[in-house]
Design a protein around this ligand. Structure first.
Ligand SMILES: NC(=O)c1ccc[n+]([C@@H]2O[C@H](COP(=O)([O-])OP(=O)(O)OC[C@H]3O[C@@H](n4cnc5c(N)ncnc54)[C@H](OP(=O)(O)O)[C@@H]3O)[C@@H](O)[C@H]2O)c1
Length: 259
């Protein structure tokens, strides 16, 4: 049974791989035997992320520059990833250009830019689909959504601490979950599965203790998620363990959306 989760011989491209959650997911894929192409908007940072990953037999992880808000960067980055490997089988759309403004003061331009993260996810997904179809292999696309693509915020939770979760972020993540469904049915017969992994509350160190305390009260498990708690889900979605699953949103949130 455990061989279903084995990613030996597979290659995954993961964007924003040096981030809080991206680094745990990249590590998990490497630990499952997967070769990785890790991306950052900064080429040197991408290289050092690749070097920090657990080694795999027979090949090396690689790091490339990729900005998913820039179509040329997506095209060039994906071509480079193919050139440096024997082919990409798995795509994890994880990177996110964040915006700290909520509904009160966000401009049209800022709102549109936040939504443009989804365009980048789409362009990369389409590139992966074309590439795997051309090679005649199966593909797995994993979008990183959010509990905030499923439910609204608790505005009072943020009161007197910081802006509430941005309206553009809720729209973005809801759109990513819906795009997952649409692309999954379009590409099911191409052997390309498309699923979404939606984390719940996983605040990084920069988030204030007071806010964490309030968030914990909103979570049935009474605590925040730790990045390693996404490792099982990402390997599951990337591997044959989820071979009959497509178009779904797997929510890992300590029960947040169950209430
Ligand atoms: N943390 C949470 O509580 C939580 C909850 C639900 C969902 N999520 C989602 O999980 C994902 C990772 O979040 P995180 O908390 O790990 O955030 P993070 O630590 O801020 O990491 C985000 C990464 O995105 C990359 N990035 C930013 N702009 C980019 C662009 N234009 N193109 C490509 N990559 C870009 C950055 O990499 P470089 O600076 O190296 O380019 C950064 O490492 C995001 O999609 C986020 O929305 C997080």
């Amino acid at each position: 049974m455990l061989s279903l989760f084995d990613l030996t011989g597979k290659t995954a491209l993961i964007t924003g791989a040096g981030g809080y959650l991206g680094s745990a997911m990249a590590k998990a894929l490497a630990e499952a035997g997967c070769r990785l192409v890790v991306t950052s908007r900064d080429a040197d940072r991408a290289k050092s992320i690749a070097e920090s990953l657990p080694p795999i037999d027979g090949s090396e992880h690689v790091g490339i520059a990729l900005d998913h808000m820039d179509e040329n960067s997506v095209t060039n980055g994906f071509s480079k990833a193919i050139e440096l490997t024997d082919g990409i089988d798995i795509l994890v759309n994880n990177g996110n250009e964040a915006l700290g403004k909520d509904w009160k003061d966000v401009s049209a331009e800022e709102f549109n830019r936040q939504l443009a993260n989804q365009t980048g996810y789409f362009l990369l997904s389409r590139a992966l689909r074309e590439h795997t179809v051309e090679r005649g292999v199966t593909g797995s696309v994993i979008m990183i959504g959010s509990m905030y693509g499923v439910v609204g915020s608790y505005p009072d939770t943020y009161k007197d601490i910081c802006a509430i979760s941005p309206v553009g972020y809720h729209a973005l993540k809801g759109g990513i979950i819906q795009m997952t469904r649409h692309l999954s049915v379009c590409w099911a017969k191409d052997d390309v599965r498309v699923n979404c992994l939606s984390p719940g509350p996983f605040p990084g160190e920069a988030v204030s203790e007071e806010l964490v305390k309030r968030l914990e009260e909103k979570c049935p498990m009474g605590r925040m998620g730790k990045p390693d708690e996404l490792k099982g889900a990402i390997v599951f979605l990337a591997s044959q363990a989820s071979s009959y699953m497509t178009g779904q949103n797997l929510v890992i949130d300590g029960g947040w959306t169950a209430w």
